[in-house]
Design a protein around this ligand. Structure first.
Ligand SMILES: *Cc1c(COP(=O)(O)O)cnc(C)c1O
Length: 382
């Protein structure tokens, strides 16, 4: 095993960022192709940048974000956060009591790790399932969680979404929706309603997923709950700072639904190209992916690597040789090691899909060449 713990993941991430820096400095930004679907950005005009002072910034941009954020997310009030994970933590610190239960329904396991980790921190009992018929709400439940679209972009059924909210509300329990990518994916590609319009008490989205915004979280929902959560957010420094708030505002305003819909069509083409060589790629709504387990199935040479190791090494080879950024290389500890080639953000728009397929195939050949050499694999990842 190459990657054994969170420290290893931090180290491999540092290595990935140094490869990216190297490519930008020695070749140029145009030699990088960010296909993570989280390629975010920082849209801001010089006049806006000049207002980025500690108190002036929030006065202007947080106010503007209320209107734009509510139009995007629904609800009565929005709260900008450092990350989606920060919002999830703050909501759980606020709403969940020690020894109470938190139950979570999602279309496919695993949940984002920030949810079980936050429950652990407050000493709550956490239950999750992706089998709708097994979802129940026990006594002494303080929060019901729904994930709108998982880390691998598996989208919940809207009927089940409504039913879970109904079950929670019958018992007076608040519902938090982790809509990190779902706030756009569900609504634009699957024509579902906004989480708050379906009755969620709070919903959180990630402002760099499938939109041109910065890494950050935007929470929306009932004003009374948002106000309570905001206290915790400020106490623990989980709020978004003025530069991020400005970029969130402009990111939402520049969010283009057509880009998501185009990628929805183009992914079929990429999938067909890849399927002439591979058996285990799968479609996502806006691209293709291969899970670590499925990647392992593509390989019939004996080796001692874990499935996740294979995904990390593959991701590093694609990055180093072709400047293609995928999540396993750059992701935070605990992020999914699934390799996704997402076609919804700007670096993908002009990409020749045949050329991309060739690069993926040749990186895979290189992976096969190194997997029996553990030392070489370590060198690639660290
Ligand atoms: C990305 C993601 C998160 C976390 O977002 P961060 O900005 O990394 O905190 C939470 N939940 C889901 C479903 C995600 O996809």
């Amino acid at each position: 095993m190459i990657i054994n713990n969170s420290l290893d993941e931090v180290k491999k991430r540092e290595k990935a960022l140094s490869i990216i820096k190297n490519i930008v400095e020695n070749k140029g930004r145009e030699f990088l192709h960010d296909l993570t679907g989280l390629s975010g950005g920082f849209i801001a005009s010089p006049s806006e940048l000049s207002l980025l002072e500690t108190y002036v910034g929030p006065a202007i941009f947080e106010d503007a974000l209320q209107e734009v954020g509510i139009a995007h997310m629904g609800g009565e009030k929005v709260l900008p956060l450092n990350r989606t994970s920060s919002g999830i933590l703050a909501a759980i610190l606020t709403l969940v009591k020690e020894d109470s239960n938190v139950v979570h329904y999602l279309a496919e396991l695993p949940a984002h790790p920030s949810i079980p980790r936050s429950c652990k921190l407050v000493g709550a009992n956490y239950f999750e399932t992706d089998v709708f018929d097994e979802f129940t709400i026990p006594d002494n439940t303080s929060l019901v969680v729904i994930t709108g679209s998982t880390m691998d972009h598996k989208v919940i059924d809207e009927g089940e979404f409504k039913k879970v909210i109904e079950m929670a509300h019958e018992r007076g329990i608040p519902v938090m929706v982790d809509d990190a990518s779902g706030a756009r994916l569900r609504t634009v590609v699957f024509n579902q309603a906004k989480a708050c319009d379906l009755g969620a008490d709070i919903a959180i989205t990630s402002t760099d997923k499938l939109m041109p915004g910065p890494r950050g979280g935007l929470m929306a929902g009932r004003k009374d709950l948002i106000d309570e959560i905001k206290i915790k957010v400020n106490q623990f420094g989980l709020e978004a700072q003025p530069p991020a708030v400005l970029a969130m505002l402009n990111g939402i305003e520049n969010f283009n639904e057509d880009n998501l819909i185009n990628s929805f069509d183009r992914k079929d083409q990429l999938f067909d190209l890849l399927s002439s060589k591979f058996n285990n790629f799968k479609k996502t709504p806006t691209g293709v992916m291969i899970t670590p387990e499925d990647l392992a199935k593509e390989i019939n040479i004996p080796h001692n690597l874990s499935d996740n190791d294979l995904a990390f090494i593959f991701s590093f080879i694609i990055l180093k040789d072709y400047g293609i950024i995928t999540i396993p290389a750059v992701g935070m500890p605990g992020a999914s090691a699934t390799i996704r080639f997402d076609l919804s953000t700007s670096d993908a728009f002009n990409l020749d899909l045949k050329d991309l397929t060739k690069k993926i195939e040749s990186s895979f050949e290189k992976l096969l060449d190194v997997i029996t050499n553990e030392e070489k694999c370590r060198e690639i990842v660290f």
